[in-house]
Design a protein around this ligand. Structure first.
Ligand SMILES: OC[C@@H]1[C@@H](O)[C@H](O)[C@@H](O)c2[nH]c(CCc3ccccc3)c[n+]21
Length: 488
């Protein structure tokens, strides 16, 4: 029996663009991701799937039924979202706030007074705000924990028009995170949300996976992420603005809320395949993977420089999204990521390690989660929550093994002293997987896209057993051993 702490929570995470839409009246057409996945060129070239988010799981209307199912599965926490483009369909640039910059032009503070909140209310979609309150209350009135994350990738079109950026370049189009006005507008959005929703939230996260936004948006054009504008300078610029956007939103939320404010980050385990490159790979983790949180925790990193008081101490807790690893080895004298392992495995096949991969081709590698959590604990000593973990597995062949082996890894990290508060699965239901649309099924519950009915996958019952007992019972502990799954 592997018992978790009594107050350890089990649950799931959702994001607005992927879950809310599905029935008439839930559409949010004025965002960068909306125009991106509807763009005929993107669909014709196969950059996006052609599936459309307005045909999604319809959480905007069906939230209470999903909460019923979540409760039935023993869940006691949800991390959810709020769509910026829904709340502010019109620009908020002209709402006056006080912005301070240092001699390098870095935005060191954005003061959003209540007079600005009133101005923002005149531009906001207040019916949408009221509906979000109904959604969050429906869960919290069951005595459950709700974590609100403010930004999970879509930007309002008035802030980012990805088609124009790709066609005309970022200097002649609304360029989103390449424009440091986004830092100010995000701080206004954060202040407005904290002012109105503080009573509906247990803790805050400013953003989900900023690293994926800048890496995929500007560094991996075939990822199918907007604006698909390849420029390593743009990667660095978006990264810096996202770091400042987090810190200014942290401060804005703290003006109106005393609750913890964290950030949710796309972690992976950068894994040396041989001992002789272990130190090289640790350095890559330090310089690449950890630099965003270093910037807003220590106030220093290669990206922001040193002694950044305007960034230091702006993270109360860490959201860890973990799916798989990236394996490294020395090839022709260079330490490089290897294909065939981790995120670059084989769809529905096996990694070079002989381990099974998900429908997405991601290798099942729970050891990476334990190593990552131990290293994050040593580095920051912050409270952590696993805010995403799961796999695309339509047939539910491996999800039970995936679940139990990763929970075992978390249990081991807790034993080693890591302060981990909960496990939020990705996800409760199948949902809209960005450029891949509905092809990738991450749900404990299957969704029939015509009827929107939910069906239980067997792994959901494994989840229920563990969440209800807050422990991995002896009878399920065999599932943490992946040997039966290995390629023979
Ligand atoms: O791909 C599954 C989930 C997404 O549905 C979530 O919105 C996103 O937070 C999320 N991040 C990751 C890991 C990093 C990643 C991001 C995008 C594509 C592939 C891997 C996996 N996921």
């Amino acid at each position: 029996m592997y018992k978790f702490p009594r107050d350890f929570v089990f649950g799931y995470s959702w994001s607005g663009f992927q879950f809310e839409m599905g029935l008439k009246g839930s559409e949010v057409p004025n965002s960068d991701w909306w125009v991106w996945v509807h763009d005929m060129e993107n669909i014709m070239t196969g950059l996006v799937s052609g599936d459309l988010p307005e045909n999604g799981p319809a959480y905007w209307h069906l939230y209470s039924k999903d909460h019923d199912m979540a409760e039935k599965l023993g869940m006691d926490a949800i991390r959810g979202g709020i769509e910026w483009a829904r709340i502010f369909p019109e620009p908020t640039f002209d709402v006056r706030v006080t912005v301070e910059r240092d001699e390098e032009g870095r935005i060191t503070s954005v003061d959003v007074p209540e007079s600005a909140i009133e101005e923002l209310e005149k531009r906001a979609n207040l019916e949408a705000l009221e509906h979000y309150k109904r959604i969050y209350s429906d869960w919290r009135e069951r005595g459950k924990v709700f974590i609100l994350n403010l930004y999970h990738w879509p930007l309002p079109l008035w802030l980012h028009d990805p088609i124009k950026v790709r066609r005309f370049g970022p200097d002649r189009a609304p360029s989103g995170w390449l424009d440091d006005r986004s830092v100010v507008e995000f701080a206004k959005f954060a202040a407005f949300v904290a002012y109105h929703l503080n009573d509906f939230v247990d803790s805050w996260s400013t953003m989900n996976e900023p690293n994926v936004v800048y890496e995929n948006g500007y560094g991996r054009p075939n990822s199918g992420f907007p604006p698909g504008y390849l420029s390593f300078e743009a990667v660095e610029k978006a990264k810096l603005n996202l770091i400042y956007a987090h810190a200014r939103a942290y401060d804005a939320i703290k003006e109106f809320s005393e609750k913890p404010v964290g950030v949710i980050y796309a972690y992976t385990w950068l894994d040396p395949l041989s001992e002789e490159i272990a130190e090289d790979v640790r350095k890559i983790r330090e310089n690449e993977l950890y630099s965003f949180v270093d910037s807003v925790h220590f106030g220093e990193s290669r990206t922001v420089g040193e002694g950044r008081e305007e960034l230091k101490g702006r993270v109360d807790w860490l959201g860890v999204n973990y799916y798989s690893r990236i394996a490294f080895d020395r090839v022709n004298g260079h330490v490089v990521p290897l294909p065939g392992y981790g995120f670059s495995g084989v769809r529905k096949g096996y990694a070079k390690s002989g381990r099974p991969c998900s429908d997405f081709g991601w290798e099942i590698y729970p050891e990476g989660l334990e190593k990552l959590l131990r290293e994050l604990n040593e580095r920051y000593g912050l409270p952590m929550m696993i805010t995403e973990n799961g796999m695309a597995d339509e047939a539910d062949r491996y999800r039970s093994y995936y679940l139990v082996s990763h929970l075992r890894a978390i249990h081991s990290a807790i034993e080693a002293g890591a302060d981990i508060r909960g496990y939020l699965h990705w996800s409760l239901t199948d949902n809209y997987e960005w450029a891949k649309g509905f092809q990738m099924k991450f749900g404990l519950l299957k969704v029939d896209w015509e009827s929107k009915r939910r069906y239980i996958r067997p792994s959901a019952l494994v989840f229920k057993e563990i969440a209800t007992q807050k422990a991995i019972p002896e009878e399920l502990s065999h599932l943490s051993d992946l040997r039966p799954l290995l390629q023979d």
